[in-house]
Design a protein around this ligand. Structure first.
Ligand code: NAD
Length: 439
């Protein structure tokens, strides 16, 4: 086996020798600032004391662990894995695991807090957490990703568990990764499939988990449109991202009669003003490892152009920070549904809000995933298999109630949907914290 020096370093995907790291670092610190700013806006409306703000904002625990593995070529790869457990006042902490070269502690911290408010907005009995490893899974073989995952669990197995902190998929991870987590956890603590969600349906997963976030986006889009007095058939949609969330959102939006005119993924944007053939694009992506590269059923546009299209609804479902001060003034869509986490920076949020753009915030818009993760956890604990119909019905109910709660609060307090969602979430976490007692 070779020494872990220069060559192993080459495989350390966190070291990109371009200006990308600097840009990424700026983005991450903006994500932290954005979370804090949205929190403060809501906390101001709630007259929350400084002491309570500090208590609610400070993560309960943060860990970084070394992950050293043997790569397929015999070299040693060394990576760092993070888990931030933000708050457990309302229940075990819950949050995804992201594999992406730009993952770092700041980003994970921001996303962990987001999870606390998200689980509270949809009123499921969880707190918030998030984890990640700074790797590009596309640059590793499945066996390497498995070894990295198992080594990560070796490092954090005693900090997670069904009553403590339950990981789930996020960008760059999938049901295979969740199955490895379940298996590795079992080696230390015995059989307990509720230790992780997003598992394969054949291995204690729940039907409907994979589609849940995108389906939720579809359900919420219909509810929002109805409140705004608009009809799906007269609503042109631009959708950024065609991965797990984006592809399922496209399917459900199409089924609900929305007119999707533009869809993009990392390869660029695809545009047809008369409406895209969504089913054809789904089939194409499925046959091409979930990439639209080479799809020729529409005109090609850039991702930047997609965001600025003249449409009624824009759905960012890929990366954070896509709507910023740099492009906000050019964004024409009067409605934005944040399927991705943190796609809108606060300066952009302010520019758009002043213009009357209605933004359904991430902590509600993409909460379908964690909601169905909760059903999976409940199913595992009951040792009783839930069917797809039951999952869908319960998801519809939870999202409908959550949407109504946020909408009503926004009307009553004359605040944006984002501030209302944060107020609802912070209020629930704050009350649970007080009721539980601080001794
Ligand atoms: P994914 O990895 O399955 O898909 C990401 C998609 O974004 C891919 O289609 C990729 O090609 C595309 N993409 C990457 N860079 C792009 C760019 N510059 N322009 C346009 N598209 C680009 O990830 P996912 O699970 O679909 O997650 C997407 C977002 O939704 C993330 O912000 C994630 O945190 C959030 N989210 C996911 C879930 C879930 O259940 N998967 C739940 C809640 C929130």
């Amino acid at each position: 086996m070779a020494a872990t020096t220069a060559k192993a370093g080459e495989r350390n995907d966190s070291k990109e020798p371009t200006s990308a790291p600097a840009l990424a670092a700026t983005k991450r610190s903006q994500a932290v600032d954005a979370g804090r700013l949205y929190f403060d806006r809501a906390a101001d409306r709630m007259d929350l004391s400084d002491n309570m703000r500090s208590l609610l904002l400070m993560p309960k625990r943060e860990v970084s662990v070394q992950i050293a593995v043997e790569l397929d070529n015999g070299e040693i790869g060394t990576y760092v894995g993070y888990r931030v457990q933000h708050d457990d006042a309302r229940g075990p902490m819950k949050g995804g695991l992201r594999y992406h070269p730009e993952v770092d502690l700041d980003e994970v911290r921001a996303l962990a807090a987001l999870m606390t408010w998200k689980t509270a907005v949809v009123n499921i009995p969880y707190g918030g957490a998030k984890g990640g490893i700074a790797i590009d899974p596309a640059k590793h073989s499945p066996r390497e990703v498995e070894r990295i995952t198992r080594k990560f669990i070796d490092g954090i197995h005693d900090l997670i568990g069904p009553d403590i902190d339950i990981p789930a998929p996020d960008m760059g991870t999938n049901s295979d990764v969740m199955a490895w987590i379940m298996n590795q956890y079992q080696k230390y603590h015995g059989f307990n499939p509720a230790c992780v969600t997003g598992k394969p349906v054949e291995l204690y997963g729940v039907p409907g988990r994979e589609e849940a976030t995108g389906r939720g986006v579809g359900i919420l889009a219909v509810k929002l449109l109805s409140r705004l007095g608009r009809k799906p058939a007269q609503t042109r949609v631009a959708l950024q991202g065609f991965g797990n969330v984006g592809s399922h959102a496209a399917k459900f939006l199409r089924e609900a009669d929305f007119k999707l005119v533009a869809i993009s993924d990392a390869s660029g944007g695809y545009y047809n003003p008369d409406g895209l053939n969504v089913n054809q694009m789904l089939s194409y992506a499925r046959e091409h490892h979930w990439s639209l590269v080479g799809y020729n059923g529409a005109d090609q546009i850039s991702n930047e152009e997609l965001l600025e299209l003249d449409v009624e609804l824009l759905v960012p479902a890929a990366l954070g920070g896509q709507i910023s001060a740099a492009n906000a003034a050019r964004i024409k869509a009067p409605i934005i549904i944040e399927a991705a986490n943190s796609p809108t920076w606060p300066e952009a949020d302010e520019i758009l809000s002043k213009r009357g753009t209605v933004i359904l915030p991430d902590i509600l818009a993409n909460a379908g995933g964690v909601t169905v993760s909760y059903f999976e956890w409940a199913q595992n604990r009951q040792h009783y298999q839930w069917g797809l119909n039951r999952v869908r019905q319960e998801l519809d109910r939870v999202l409908a109630e959550s949407f109504e709660g946020v909408w009503q609060l926004a009307q009553e307090r004359k605040v944006s949907l984002r501030t209302a969602a944060y107020m609802l979430g912070i209020g629930r976490v704050g009350r649970a914290t007080i009721l539980g007692g601080i001794t």
